[in-house]
Ligand binder design. Sequence first.
Ligand SMILES: *Cc1c(COP(=O)(O)O)cnc(C)c1O
Length: 230
Amino acid sequence: MNDLNQARNHVLAQIQQACLAANRDVSQVQLLAVSKTHPSTLLKEMYATGQRAFGENYLQEALEKIEDLKDLEIEWHFIGHVQRNKTKHLAEKFAWVHGVDRFIIAERLSNQREATQTPLNICLQVNIDAQDSKDGCQPDDVADLVKQISQLKNLKLRGLMVIPAPDHPQAFSDAKQLFDQVKVHHAHAEDWDTLSMGMSGDMVEAIAAGATMVRIGTALFGARDYLSQR
Ligand SMILES: *Cc1c(COP(=O)(O)O)cnc(C)c1O
């Protein structure tokens, strides 16, 4: 039993507890291990505990780790802000991109995804609580973007991603409501199954509101030291 094993078991127990309290099946909530700033060796240790889905925010750093760990069966998720000129690597190397908030980005990802690969899984990022300096489309734009993006060939639009301000759990319920609204009108409703929300500090509230994927960094790996890494 090492520390990472303990940390992961603790997080899984918290997820289970939150599901129980919310009367949800624990299989409905996936744990994404957010590994930004941590070295490949640590990811490898986390992998050994059974973790397969890892989330990264910074493209260059992520590409190095993907290369280092290419012999492992990791499912790579990009959860950072997507810049228009960086889509090619995302399309080629990742299984999921969570931060899509404009049609042009989705279109580029679709065009740059090889037809021989499985479709790239996408979450539409929504600025659910009207933060000023925040990425994400407006809630009012979601319906149209879903309609447009779900027609792109090499993508699979899976749902929504939100990063509400801390101490604003109402935002999780708003996101869930929007998520359900879209599903009703969605031509590809069978693909629409992911609500990516909740981090180390607020995963319980996010699960209570309906999160299907929680993105957990600190509670798994400890505090991040940006200075030593970047
Ligand atoms: C860093 C990050 C996380 C993880 O945050 P913790 O508080 O360390 O769990 C989750 N989601 C996004 C988008 C992040 O950038």
